[in-house]
Design a protein around this ligand. Structure first.
Ligand SMILES: [Zn+2]
Length: 219
């Protein structure tokens, strides 16, 4: 079983990795993982490189923050996602360039590529705009994430969820790549969208793949 200290370390390592992978800049992104009855989350505005495991903030099931620093300003949607989605063990939120650019156009990413299915369906929704850190944004994010593992937030960025911190981070890299590909395809013409039937075939294949992964990762 992963210890609390290890989860705190994983959160810091993944935050540093977000910047190294080019999907985040500065401290605008945030990472969390389910722990006990709440979640552990990156502190607000603290550079990832100087963040220590003890600086990671614990938010309990009643939304009380425990730690030396204030939690990320986006703690609310992290907290609400864990409460509403038992399948989620970790969350990565970034303002990556291509996802954010498309979110500014308030675009839902259609099934222009079969890999859109890794997000759980035949599109990646874009949640409506509202102020960061609010309950309203959390509500919008939860509905955009319905039956999905990723969504865009209008004029803001993206959210990816996963069973583990590593899984959520890998998905964030994938979503950013998809957004870049979609953006590039739009420069040349109108991308052909895959049919529902084609996407159902891919989704079925991914379900089996997911189960195999789960079994091999079981703790
Ligand atoms: Zn944000």
């Amino acid at each position: 079983m992963t210890s609390e200290l290890n989860i705190r370390r994983q959160i810091i390592e993944s935050s540093i990795a977000m910047n190294a992978l080019g999907i985040n800049r500065g401290t605008s992104g945030n990472v969390s993982a389910r722990h006990d009855r709440g979640c552990l989350i990156t502190p607000s505005g603290l550079r990832y490189e100087i963040t220590k495991p003890k600086d990671i903030v614990y938010i309990d099931d009643l939304a009380n923050a425990h730690g030396k620093y204030a939690p990320s300003s986006e703690w609310r949607f992290h907290h609400d996602i864990y409460r509403n989605r038992s399948d989620v063990g970790a969350i990565v939120h970034t303002h990556s360039s291509f996802a954010t650019s498309l979110s500014c156009l308030r675009m839902t990413i259609p099934a222009f590529h079969y890999m859109v299915a890794v997000c759980g369906g035949n599109n990646i929704r874009c949640a409506p705009y509202t102020t960061f850190g609010t309950q309203k944004l959390s509500d919008y994010a939860l509905s955009a994430l319905k039956d999905r593992k990723a969504c865009l937030l209008a004029n803001h960025g993206m959210i990816c969820v996963g069973a583990t911190v590593e899984g959520a981070l890998n998905l964030a890299v994938e979503v950013e790549a998809l957004c870049e590909q979609y953006w590039r395809a739009l420069q040349v013409g109108k991308p052909k969208i895959l049919s529902k039937i084609e996407m159902q075939t891919v989704l079925k294949k991914f379900q089996t793949y997911g189960q195999a992964k789960k079994a091999s990762n079981s703790r």
